[in-house]
Design a binder for this molecule. Sequence first.
Ligand SMILES: N[C@@H](CCC(=O)N[C@@H](CS)C(=O)NCC(=O)O)C(=O)O
Length: 216
Amino acid sequence: MPIDFYYLLISPPCRAVMLTAEAVGVKLNMKELDIFKGEQMKPEFVALNPQHCIPTLVDGDFVIWESRPTCSYLASKYGKDDSLFPNDPRARAEVERLNYFDMGTLFHRFGEYVFPVMFRGEKEFNPDKLERLQEALGWLDGFLSGNKFAVGDNITIADHTLLATVSTIKEANVDLSKHANILAWLEKCKAEVPGYETNQKGAEDWGKFFKSRCNL
Ligand SMILES: N[C@@H](CCC(=O)N[C@@H](CS)C(=O)NCC(=O)O)C(=O)O
């Protein structure tokens, strides 16, 4: 049975799930949903996901949203082994820590910086919000120190979620030059993460949208 995937390529959380699907070799039945036209409010979609957000994945009678647990689901159910989402308690906790960090701190602070100008009529970016975003990027830079990938030497779903976020932050012209470990990790992702190019295309499309919304 096909796995339906409601998505929009410019959406970072959608791209994180697409990276995990690529890694486990699951071919998703792609169902684009244009949230800018309000397509997520159609009754048939709200019946599937009352929170009406993307990404939403439908695997048989199982419907899941929230990108990070969706990545966990795909990795646990379809991964050929546990490397993407380790069973080892410490490694798993580290993957989860980074996924929570991505959602609650890094992406959250990024949103606090860009969304007021993109969507709420603010004319200027708030320098304090940029400082808080740079602080979060500094933490990520430290977490990546000494590791090949986000957790140890192999790719995990934490790389998928963080790559979707960081590639988008980069397209918002946020200066990453002080974060050498992040820049080195991005190069490793480019070389080794399956689906990197598709994520990159989505991030660049997001960047064009961002610039058009902010008159840059
Ligand atoms: N924390 C959620 C965020 C989901 C989210 O905010 N999705 C946005 C697009 S990036 C959306 O669907 N917005 C339309 C809506 O909520 O009606 C995740 O990681 O999946």
